[in-house]
Design a protein around this ligand. Structure first.
Ligand SMILES: Cc1cc2nc3c(=O)[nH]c(=O)nc-3n(C[C@H](O)[C@H](O)[C@H](O)COP(=O)(O)OP(=O)(O)OC[C@H]3O[C@@H](n4cnc5c(N)ncnc54)[C@H](O)[C@@H]3O)c2cc1C
Ligand SMILES: NC(=O)c1ccc[n+]([C@@H]2O[C@H](COP(=O)([O-])OP(=O)(O)OC[C@H]3O[C@@H](n4cnc5c(N)ncnc54)[C@H](O)[C@@H]3O)[C@@H](O)[C@H]2O)c1
Length: 477
C-alpha cells in the first residue's frame, strides 16, 4: 500500500471483459491508481454477447428438455381435445421474449460490474485505446476516430478479447448469415438453422436451437463433433444429437454461404449443398490485436495475432501484461480472469502463483454437459516424456441417482499416474457436469491420490458417487 506522500503505481487496463475487469479490481484492491479503457461495455464480450447470453439461451433449452424428459418419470400433460379426447399440449418457445430476457440480464450484469469497478475506485473511460509506446495509451472515440486522451502508466494490461472469424465467401449479414453475436436479434426460432463449425460454440448452439424447435444441420469439418474434447464424451454428444434428429455432416467443410430469396445456401468444398432458413458461422475467433500498436511497442505476437505471455501474464516488454482471448492461453473466461489478477499481483510484487494451464477446468454446455479438468486422453497421447497413466470409466447407467432422475447418458472418467496413484485429470459427461467437476479440480490442483479421493464420503444416492467409484477402481495394491 502506498503511503500518502508516495506516487501511486499507475495501472492502465485496456478492455473490460473478464481479463481486464479482474485486473482492474485487483489493482484497486492493492492500492494502485487504476484506469480502465473500454469501447463497448464493462463485462466485455463475455457478458454482453458470448458467455452470458449463450448460457441463458441454453438454460431455456434445458427447461424445454426437462419438460420433454419428464415423461420418463411418469409426468404426463394432457388437455381435452375434440370430443373430450385428451391431447398432448405442444411446447412453445417465445424466442423474442427469451432474447429480451437474456439481453436485459447481460446489460444489467454489465452495469453491476461497472458499479463494482467505480466503487473500488477504478476510473472507467469509454473509448477505443491503442498503445503509444510501452508506457502510454491513446484513447479515441472509435477506430480511426478522434483521440481525446493520452494516459501514462507504469503497468499496462491488454485484455482486448477476440472477435468471430469471418470467411470472405460467407460474410455475415446480420439477418440470415449470422455470427453468434447476431443471434439475439432473431424474432422467432429459425425454421432450419445450418451451423457451420462443430467446435464448442457450434455444438452448444446447434444443441440449443434443435431443442428449442429448429431443424438443425451441423456442418462439421472433422470426423467427430467437438474435436478438442475427450473422444468418448464427443461420442455421447453425437449420439444425443442423432437422438434429437439433428443432421450432422461430418468431414464436411463449407466453402461458401449465400443468401437466397427465403434463406441461405451453404455449398461444401466437395460440391454438395445444404439449404436452410439461417446460417450460424461458428468457425473460430481472431484476437482483437490488429492496430493496437503492439509491434511499435515491441510486444511479441504469434502468427495468429495472439499476444505471447508467460505464466504470470507478462509479455516480453516488462511494463506490458496481457490477459484473456487476445493471448496465446486458453480462450476461457475463467482463464482470462486468472491471468488478469495474476498480472497485477506480479506487477505490484504481491504473492503470485504462476498459472498452470494443466489444471484448468472447462465445460461444454451441451445436453448432457462435458466437464473436464487436467490431463486428457489427447494430451496424454501427445506427451512423450511422462510417466504411465491409467484411467477408469464409470458409466452413469450404473449410478443409482442417475437412474432415479433419468439422466443416464454419460460417464465419469478418471486419469491417474499408475505408479503414484495421483489423480491427474478427469472427464464428467452428465446433466450439470459443470457443478460436479469441482471435486476433481480440487484433487488435481492438490495432487490427491485415488485412495484419498475414494476415502471421502459422498452422499448416497448421488452422481458424485460415480467419482469415488472410479477412484476406488483405480486402487493399486
Ligand atoms: C459463444 C461463446 C460462448 C462462450 N462460453 C463460455 C463459457 O461458458 N465459459 C467460459 O469460460 N468461456 C466461454 N467463452 C469464452 C469467453 O467468452 C472468453 O474466453 C472471454 O470473453 C475472454 O475474456 P476477455 O477479457 O479476454 O475478453 P472479452 O470478454 O472479449 O472482452 C474484451 C473487451 O475489450 C474491449 N476492447 C477490445 N479492443 C479494445 C480497444 N482497442 N479499446 C478499448 N476496449 C477494447 C471489447 O469491447 C471487450 O469489451 C465463450 C465464447 C463464446 C464465443
Ligand atoms: N462453454 C465454454 O466454455 C465455451 C463455449 C464456446 C466457446 N468457448 C471457447 O472458445 C474457444 C473456441 O471455440 P469455437 O467453437 O468458437 O472455435 P473453434 O476454433 O474451437 O472451432 C471452430 C471449428 O470450426 C471448424 N471450421 C473452420 N472452418 C470451417 C468450415 N469452412 N466449414 C466447417 N467447419 C469449419 C474448425 O475446424 C473448428 O473445428 C473454445 O476452445 C473455448 O475455449 C468456450
Amino acid at each position: 500500500m502506498a503511503k500518502s506522500n508516495e506516487r501511486k503505481h499507475r495501472i492502465l487496463v485496456l478492455g473490460g471483459g473478464p481479463g481486464g475487469y479482474e485486473a482492474a479490481l485487483a489493482g484497486a484492491q492493492l492500492g494502485a491508481d487504476v484506469t480502465l479503457v473500454e469501447r463497448a461495455g464493462v463485462g466485455g464480450a463475455a457478458v454482453l454477447t458470448d458467455v452470458v447470453p449463450s448460457k441463458s439461451l441454453i438454460a431455456t433449452a434445458g427447461a424445454v428438455q426437462a419438460v420433454r424428459d419428464s415423461g420418463k418419470l411418469g409426468v404426463q400433460a394432457f388437455v381435452p381435445g375434440a370430443h373430450g379426447k385428451p391431447v398432448r399440449p405442444e411446447i412453445a418457445v417465445n424466442l423474442a421474449a427469451v432474447n429480451k430476457r437474456l439481453l436485459a440480464m447481460a446489460g444489467a450484469q454489465s452495469v453491476d460490474m461497472l458499479r463494482s469497478l467505480e466503487d473500488a475506485g477504478v476510473r472507467v473511460v469509454q473509448g477505443e485505446g491503442r498503445l503509444d509506446g510501452h508506457s502510454a495509451v491513446l484513447v479515441s472515440t472509435a477506430t480511426g476516430g478522434t483521440d481525446f486522451d493520452r494516459i501514462e502508466a507504469d503497468t499496462i494490461v491488454i485484455a482486448v478479447g477476440a472477435s468471430p472469424r469471418e470467411l470472405d465467401t460467407a460474410k455475415p449479414d446480420g439477418e440470415r448469415i449470422l455470427t453468434w453475436k447476431q443471434l439475439y436479434n432473431l424474432p422467432a426460432i429459425p425454421e432450419h438453422l445450418v451451423v457451420v463449425g462443430s467446435g464448442v460454440t457450434g455444438a452448444e448452439f446447434a444443441n440449443a436451437y434443435r431443442t428449442l424447435g429448429s431443424e438443425v444441420t451441423l456442418v462439421s469439418s472433422r470426423e467427430q463433433v467437438l474435436p478438442g474434447e475427450d473422444p468418448d464424451a464427443a461420442a455421447v454428444i453425437e449420439r444425443e444429437f442423432a437422438r434429437l434428429g439433428m443432421h450432422v455432416m461430418s468431414k464436411s467443410r463449407a466453402s461458401t454461404v449465400e443468401r437466397t430469396e427465403n434463406g441461405v445456401l451453404v455449398t461444401l468444398e466437395d460440391g454438395r449443398t445444404v439449404e436452410g432458413s439461417h446460417c450460424l458461422m461458428a468457425v473460430g475467433s481472431i484476437p482483437n490485436t490488429h492496430g493496437l500498436g503492439l509491434e511499435e511497442a515491441g510486444v511479441q505476437v504469434s502468427d495468429s495475432g495472439h499476444i505471447k505471455v508467460n505464466k504470470v501474464a507478462r509479455t516480453n516488454v516488462p511494463s506490458i501484461y496481457a490477459a484473456g482471448d487476445c493471448t496465446d492461453f486458453f480462450p476461457l473466461a475463467s482463464v482470462a480472469s486468472m491471468q488478469g489478477r495474476t498480472a497485477i499481483m506480479h506487477a505490484l510484487g504481491d504473492f503470485v502463483r504462476p498459472i498452470d494451464l494443466r489444471n484448468v477446468s472447462a465445460n461444454v454446455f451441451t445436453y448432457p454437459e462435458i466437464a473436464t479438468v487436467g490431463w486428457t486422453e489427447h494430451s496424454l497421447a501427445d506427451a512423450t516424456d511422462v510417466a504411465k497413466a491409467v484411467s477408469h470409466t464409470v458409466p452413469l447407467s450404473l449410478n443409482p441417482r442417475a437412474k432415479m432422475i433419468g439422466f443416464t447418458d454419460g460417464f465419469v472418467k478418471l486419469f491417474a499416474w499408475e505408479a503414484s496413484g495421483t489423480v491427474i485429470g478427469g472427464v464428467i459427461v452428465a446433466h450439470r457436469a459443470s457443478e460436479l467437476i469441482f471435486s476433481l479440480s480440487l484433487a488435481v490442483e492438490h495432487r490427491l491420490t485415488v485412495d484419498q479421493v475414494a476415502a471421502a464420503f459422498t452422499v448416497y444416492p448421488s452422481m458424485t458417487g460415480a467419482i469415488t467409484d472410479a477412484a476406488r477402481a483405480l486402487h493399486r495394491h
